[in-house]
Design a protein around this ligand. Structure first.
Ligand code: SAH
Length: 369
């Protein structure tokens, strides 16, 4: 093993974990806070730059720790300003992170796993299969890299104000590392993002949703995509394990938690032509969500090679939206951003060393086996 493999990675530490580690080496907790600030507020990549630390502490860190983020192997910018970074991990896998600049905000779409195990039929990440969970350093490293890169941008003024855990993977199936990374996003000594601007998106992993409700005050988005179990079972296979009725109950208790700022659930609904986008579906959805404070995000389907689905026409999307709006819901139709660089929702693929052999499975299906 080379020396660098035995060093701890400072990006793997939550603020709390850093305090504990420092305590175990006889350092004061405020030293941990200083290091967290250097790493995440200032974005330094070298302990030598942490000038307010004592010399012995700096020497100790140089000896025993390193600052290792994923490596940018490709940066692409879309005509609409969306940036996609392909990041190479130490084991050779690649993941993707997307930055979406808008007038009043800059949203970073962060990945939580290498690939995804959930197998939603309309998502290209699912096609790649699943390899492994990301570490804290690999999750927070995406924000660390984005912040440093955007700071260096000569056009300037672009900052990450919002994070959505809507990249590759199911964040709630990688619970602890995701929560540690989220804590750093919210921590005033690190990124200081408001809890309303940090969103976990899930396909509905119910036990982890209730754990999250008790653990951390962040916003929740749920990938619903269908107004009944029969259809959702086909689009989001996880629904067979956790059906809609239980999902809605879990969402309600998420909102009911005391002492939180949670006001609503954001529902994501991908618009698939002729599959889930009829007026009847819209009415069924309006009835289903009655009583739950909701915002509904309609996402025009983003195609990828060999998919069996097509995007709903704008007219169908408008009709669907109008029915929901007439029933009193706030509805956003997500603009398709970055699709010229395959950075749009469901197009993130990275390069996954698939261990679930899903590519083979799909190849067999396509050959009629
Ligand atoms: N696993 C989590 C996080 C991924 S989020 C979740 O399911 O919520 C990515 C969002 O984009 C989800 O709402 C997902 O359903 C949606 N999506 C996936 N494939 C898509 C596609 N091809 N076009 C549009 N949206 C898609």
């Amino acid at each position: 093993m080379s020396a660098s493999n035995t060093k701890v990675n400072l990006l793997d530490f939550s603020h709390e974990a850093m305090k504990e580690w420092f305590a175990s080496t006889g350092e004061k907790p405020f030293r941990a806070t200083q290091v967290i600030k250097w790493l995440h507020q200032m974005g330094v990549d070298d302990v030598a730059q942490m000038t307010n630390l004592s010399k012995p502490l700096r020497a100790f860190l140089q000896e025993n720790a390193e600052i290792r983020a994923p490596e940018i192997v490709m940066a692409q910018q879309s005509a609409d300003g969306t940036c996609k970074w392909v990041l190479r991990l130490a084991d050779g896998n690649a993941i993707e992170t997307v930055f979406i600049p808008e007038e009043d905000r800059g949203t970073l779409c962060v990945s939580s796993q290498v690939g995804c195990a959930l197998d939603c039929t309309f998502c290209s990440t699912a096609r790649q299969g699943f390899n492994r969970n990301l570490t804290v350093a690999e999750i927070i490293g995406q924000l660390w890299i984005a912040k440093r890169t955007l700071q260096q941008d000569p056009k300037g003024e672009r900052a990450v104000t919002n994070v959505v855990m809507m990249g590759m993977g199911e964040p709630l199936l990688n619970f602890e590392p995701v929560v540690s990374a989220l804590r750093l996003m919210l921590d005033d000594n690190a990124y200081g993002l408001s809890r309303r601007r940090v969103t976990v998106s899930t396909s509905g992993v119910l036990p982890a949703m209730s754990r999250l409700a008790d653990t951390l005050d962040v916003s929740l988005a749920v990938s619903l995509h269908a107004p009944n179990d029969e259809l959702r079972n086909r689009l989001v296979p996880l629904n067979r394990k956790y059906p809609i009725k239980d999902l809605l109950a879990a969402c309600q208790s998420f909102l009911d938690k005391k002492d939180t700022q949670r006001k609503h659930i954001t529902w994501e609904y991908v618009m698939l032509d002729g599959v889930n986008d009829t007026e009847q579906h819209a009415r069924e959805l309006a009835t289903l969500l009655q009583g739950i404070p909701s915002k509904i995000n309609l996402i025009p389907f983003n195609p990828f090679p060999d998919t069996r689905y097509q995007r709903s026409s704008n007219n169908r999307i408008y009709r669907f939206r109008d029915i929901l709006q007439d029933s009193g819901y706030t509805v956003m139709t997500r603009k398709t951003r970055g699709d010229d660089i395959d950075a749009a929702c469901g197009q993130l693929a990275g390069e996954v060393n698939d261990r679930s052999r899903r590519e083979i499975h799909f190849a067999r299906i396509e050959q009629g086996h």
